[in-house]
Design a protein around this ligand. Structure first.
Ligand code: SF4
Ligand code: SF4
Length: 356
């Protein structure tokens, strides 16, 4: 069965990067990412699976301007309970210690709690990527308590500590609700020393520019959130905005699309390549298809050159084995992960190495 799964990877670089971008979206004059990393002597391969990222769907109570998945309240793509059960089987077949649950707003999926409980029972470290305002949606009143009881790590979106910037990117009223949610989480012990309840905060730029130094910004955030709102958290994670989905449309409308892509390519930093998140994780979509990462998911770049792997179609153990040592399907968007200090779902890639 493994041999059946092991179909050839793209050999033709032009063909490969051609399929990653439609004609209207391909930025002008960007060098091939594959060729760029080959110049560094790198061929990107997954070495192991430390993390399985589960995307529970595109349903979200927000419609942020930077969302690469174009999630929103009217999206109907949602992971079913049957698929969630297959996802649990898949996680059990891997050595992944961490399961990173994302969306949309994953808490809005009716299988969310079931999934968390199962994964925690199986001894996995669970992360909830929470937009904070979802905690105020109907039926979510006790979600913070549930997350605390299960020991779930929360990675919360908070692109700024000012109302103006947050509401501009994420919608009117989001800032006030986010502050209230962070306070509530603090009351439960999240982000408080010695509680064991981790609360990390995500910063992403509000416009077409790269994030500043993660360490410096973390100090600024900690100072501002503490002094203005008595809020504490563990770490700040800076992320680069991917010029895909809604953010791509916004850049196009502002005539910033090509210049933003060019700035990502110009900031290419080869020392990020060893730390790319796709080297040790896989991403499972709401419909069970497996991708190298959430961005490849947004691009529709399924594994194995358009011959996808879907949960339930092969035994979980065989799929898990096949994914290790598999070559990663790259495209121009990978410049977003390798720009400057690099970017991943765990923040800047050079953070620890530089100690900056
Ligand atoms: S960025 Fe997050 S919170 Fe905003 S619309 Fe997308 S999934 Fe929802
Ligand atoms: S977008 Fe980033 S994480 Fe995804 S395949 Fe490219 S380099 Fe890897």
């Amino acid at each position: 069965m493994i041999a059946l799964l092991g179909l050839p990877f793209f050999r033709d670089i032009e063909e490969q990067e051609h399929v990653t971008m439609s004609d209207t979206l391909r930025p002008v004059g960007l060098p091939s990412f594959q060729q760029r990393i080959e110049r560094e002597g790198i061929r990107l391969q997954r070495t192991r699976i430390d993390t399985v990222q589960l995307n529970l769907g595109r349903l979200c109570n927000q419609s942020c301007t930077h969302c690469h998945l174009e999630a929103g309240p009217h999206r109907t793509e949602i992971m079913s309970r049957a698929m969630a059960e297959l996802a649990v089987d898949f996680v059990a077949a891997t050595e992944a210690r961490t399961v990173d649950i994302t969306g949309g707003a994953p808490e809005l999926n009716s299988s969310f709690r079931w999934l968390v409980e199962r994964l925690v029972k199986e001894g996995r470290h669970v992360i909830d990527r929470c937009n904070l305002t979802a905690l105020y949606e109907p039926g979510q009143q006790d979600t913070p308590n549930f997350l605390a009881e299960q020991g779930v790590e929360i990675v919360a979106s908070m692109p700024c500590y000012t109302r103006e910037n947050v509401d501009q990117q994420r919608g009117g009223g989001v800032f006030d609700k986010s502050i209230a949610a962070l306070r509530r989480l603090n009351e439960l012990g999240y982000g408080r020393e010695g509680s064991g309840l981790v609360l990390n905060v995500v910063y992403n730029p509000i416009g077409a520019f790269l994030p500043p130094s993660q360490r410096q910004l973390e100090a600024e955030y900690k100072q501002e959130l503490a002094s203005r709102f008595a809020i504490s958290f563990n770490q700040l994670l800076t992320m680069v905005n991917m010029p895909l989905g809604r953010f791509a449309n916004r850049l196009k409308a502002r005539h910033e699309y090509d210049t933003y892509w060019a700035s990502l390519a110009a900031a290419f930093n080869p020392s990020t390549l060893d730390y790319l998140m796709c080297r040790n994780m896989v991403s499972v979509a709401w419909d069970g298809f497996i991708y190298d990462c959430d961005f490849n998911q947004a691009m529709g770049l399924r594994l194995r050159n358009g011959k996808p792997i879907r949960l339930g179609e092969s035994p979980a153990k065989e799929v898990a084995l096949h994914l290790v040592a598999q070559e990663i399907l790259v495209g121009l968007h990978c410049y977003g992960c390798t720009a400057d200090a690099g970017s991943s779902c765990q923040g800047a890639l050079q953070y620890e190495k530089k100690g900056s």
